[in-house]
Design a protein around this ligand. Sequence first.
Ligand code: ACO
Length: 284
Amino acid sequence: MSKSSQPDPRPEEETVRVEVADGIAWVYFNRPDKRNCMSPKLNRQMMRVIEQLEFRDDVQVLVLTGEGAAWSAGMDLLEYFRMSEEAGLSTVRQSQREAYGWWERLRWYEKPTVAMINGWCFGGGYGPLFACDLAFCAESAQFGLSEINWAILPGGGASKVAVELLGFRDAMYHAMMGEHLSGPEAAAKGLVNECLPDDQLRARVIEVCEVLKKKDSHALRATKWAIRRVREMTYDNAQDYLIRAQEALNDFGGWKMRKEATRQFLDEKAFKPGLGAFDKSKVS
Ligand code: ACO
């Protein structure tokens, strides 16, 4: 019989790896031996890492991906569930806060975020999946709400993510059957934006990041927050919110940006808004 799993002895700082290059912060779930499942240590480190990156001038886009064969195999059944439960209710609550905390921070991140799903993505992994603004997966990626397979419900937001991203029947089937979806199936059903051959995934994500980097960062932030906010509003409330949000954007350099963009289109005829972004480097 194989040996039963032991807690990961590695220090907290090693559970997440970061590289910053060309304006992109590559953040890796870094527990490949444990299929990058989320332990309390990883959750605490992830919060620290994303907080540090959020206001760095050399970071324009954040990409969340996994080291090795997994994106994230969900919550750590040993360290997040069994050990927290053995320690008692307050430890359970603390572990939940630590996990939910960084997913929330990422849902309302100042900068655009992209999930690059390179492998397994299960259960609790749907929290950070939904938290990222855009998502691209490899053909070999596998997605599943496996909770039902070990007798729990999809908690920690996973049920909400399923109904947000999938149609009702698909969400119900996905949650009740515990079957996994392949990368192409996940893209067809809307869990991710696109599915790419494994060897083209990174290049496509870089291509998307390069487009995002050219946009006005304040307008991008206002846009991504608007898309998240209006999901839960009536049409009239959304319209009103969008007027206020645009007016707030105007006060943070927005007038200068749009005046220059309009000038480049109408007067200079240097770009067409329908076909790409204006040259923001011309705004002093
Ligand atoms: N929690 C704790 N340990 C995990 C988890 C997890 N979610 N996922 C993988 N591991 C550990 C395994 O126990 C094993 O550890 P060990 O070296 O101590 O034995 C190691 O990671 C490697 O895992 P394997 O199962 O050997 O890897 P394999 O590539 O064969 O399978 C797979 C990968 C399919 C992802 C499998 O590990 C698995 O089913 N994991 C659980 C997925 C899951 O249901 N997650 C929970 C979702 S529900 C929620 O998040 C609330």
